[in-house]
Design a protein around this ligand. Structure first.
Ligand SMILES: Cc1cc2nc3c(=O)[nH]c(=O)nc-3n(C[C@H](O)[C@H](O)[C@H](O)COP(=O)(O)O)c2cc1C
Length: 186
């Protein structure tokens, strides 16, 4: 697909199924992501792949996180958390490892990780997969970060769900870009 067509038609997937990306697909996605603009060459990004066979364990992590936040959470709510992990064959956690002693601000390092995250979404689309970017409270839970092999003070940018798009097209109306653009008259 032409690059601009990809950008002009990008949308989150609604429903994903197997097959997910192969190792070669993931390699291409990550190689694209590390082209994200990066002030100071700090390489602040980190990506954690959750393969199909680790999804149940990830779902359990999400459920435990909810239980810590809401000790009275009903079983149904906990099951809903567990089920989120089953939304796609592959999940990629994107994170920023902010170098706090660097001259470049944390804001700019996190912005670079957000750019890398968007690149991953687009590269997944370019490889023919659907993708969705989710967070939720678990993304801000230090225990979840540590369980995923991150540091407690790393920032999780997103849980990217990637797989074969089987869900139709988004009902979201797309805004007119001109509303969000001004031309400085100074
Ligand atoms: C940082 C970030 C976190 C998000 N977290 C969620 C989320 O937890 N749940 C959700 O439904 N959408 C979340 N979204 C929004 C979706 O990724 C998506 O953009 C939205 O549903 C609109 O669909 P579209 O991508 O087709 O425009 C998040 C987006 C961003 C940038």
């Amino acid at each position: 697909m032409d690059a601009l067509d990809l950008l002009l038609t990008r949308e989150s997937a609604l429903k994903l199924a197997a097959p997910g990306p192969s190792q070669a697909d993931l390699d291409a996605m990550f190689q694209s992501a590390v082209r994200a603009p990066d002030h100071g060459r700090l390489r602040p990004w980190h990506f954690v792949v959750i393969d199909t066979d680790r999804r149940a364990a990830f779902g359990e992590l999400m459920a435990q996180s909810l239980r810590r936040r809401m000790p009275d959470a009903e079983d149904e709510m906990l099951d809903r958390e567990r089920a989120k992990a089953m939304r796609a064959p592959t999940i990629v956690v994107t994170a920023a490892k902010v170098n706090k002693s660097a001259k470049i601000s944390a804001f700019e390092q996190i912005a670079s990780a957000a750019a890398a995250t968007q690149t991953l979404l687009l590269a997944a689309n370019a490889k023919g997969f659907g993708a969705m970017w989710k967070t939720g409270d678990a993304a801000y839970d230090p225990d979840v970060k540590v369980a995923l092999g991150l540091a407690a003070d790393d920032e999780i940018l997103g849980f990217l769900y990637v797989g074969t798009d089987v869900g139709g097209t988004s009902p979201i109306p797309r805004p007119e870009a001109a509303k969000y653009v001004s031309v400085w008259q100074g």
